[in-house]
Design a protein around this ligand. Structure first.
Ligand code: ADP
Length: 270
């Protein structure tokens, strides 16, 4: 049986996200590429990789306030902001794909700005046929947090986490996995609170004590944004797991379905 896995690798892992001077974390990137290779090669797994925009996408998106309401007269400036953001995330994607290809992974970039649109900041259309075709020929489609055209707001940012949700709803994967820079979901941000309590199972947003944002530079919602997308999937019966991709071998193990510390988001536990 073929297993379709949607794997997200957070911008926090791939870039130095606190760094406004876009820089890539090449040690993490190479290690994760090789972990994916070890699990995927000669297996029955088909993979879609989603990655975040990290320090590449957030600064221009924030500077040009992409996603906020604006007057028609401001559109030319907003449009340039859109182009700068699109180009910045494309650069990151190119670096990621370069590393993956040099590991022998057959990745092919599918920029959301080219194949998706949104309405009121939610994806309303995507060319999924192209994903299916690439998957059927053994490619690994790679898509990432990006800017897209929006029917209501002209333009908007969509996060890698929203993309995961959309793809999972529409492509019926066997598994949904997210690698980030913490072990999973806690009752509050573990990077700020030493006494944060870890959840290995998570079913409701009410289990969060505080709606702390992220400690990273982020315009797309940090852990809270992730959880909301994943709880939506859980409502539909699609389970997901968040693991720490900074820990060596975690991505390999989770792809192998081995025991790895992490948070499973599902309604099954209720
Ligand atoms: P990524 O770039 O990997 O998608 P984000 O930076 O968007 O990740 O989100 C992960 C961050 O969310 C963590 O580094 C942590 O600082 C923050 N965070 C905030 N609240 C929580 C929480 N309740 N549990 C876990 N992490 C949290």
């Amino acid at each position: 049986m073929i297993l379709l896995i949607i794997l997200k690798i957070g911008g926090s892992i791939l870039t130095n996200k606190d760094d406004f001077e876009c820089s890539i974390n090449s040690d993490n990137l190479k290690r994760i590429a090789s972990e994916i290779k070890s699990s995927i090669v000669n297996s029955n797994k088909k993979l879609i990789i989603v990655h975040g925009a990290g320090s590449f996408g957030h600064p221009p998106a924030m500077k040009y306030k992409i996603g906020e309401a604006f007057d028609e007269s401001e559109f030319p400036v907003k449009r340039i902001g859109f182009c700068k953001t699109q180009n910045a995330v494309k650069k990151l994607n190119m670096l990621i794909c370069e590393t993956f290809i040099s590991e022998g992974l057959p990745v092919v970039a599918q920029p959301a700005s080219a194949i998706m649109t949104a309405d009121s900041k939610r994806i309303n259309h995507a060319n999924l046929e192209i994903f299916r075709k690439y998957l059927s020929k053994g490619f690994i489609p790679v898509i990432y947090g990006d800017v897209v055209l929006d029917d209501e707001n002209e333009i908007c940012v969509i996060s890698g986490d929203q993309i995961i949700q959309y793809l999972a709803v529409n492509l019926n994967p066997s598994r949904v996995i997210l690698g980030t820079d913490v072990d999973g979901v806690y009752n509050k941000n573990p990077k700020i609170h030493d006494d944060a309590i870890f959840y290995d199972k998570f079913t409701s947003i009410e289990d969060l004590d505080a709606f702390d944002g992220t400690t990273n530079v982020d315009v797309t919602g940090g852990m809270i944004g992730k959880i909301k997308e994943l709880l939506y999937l859980a409502d539909l019966g699609i389970e997901s797991k968040i693991v720490n991709a900074e820990v060596e071998d975690n991505i390999y193990k989770v792809l192998e379905d081995d025991d790895v510390k992490g948070t499973v988001i599902s309604k099954e536990f209720e």
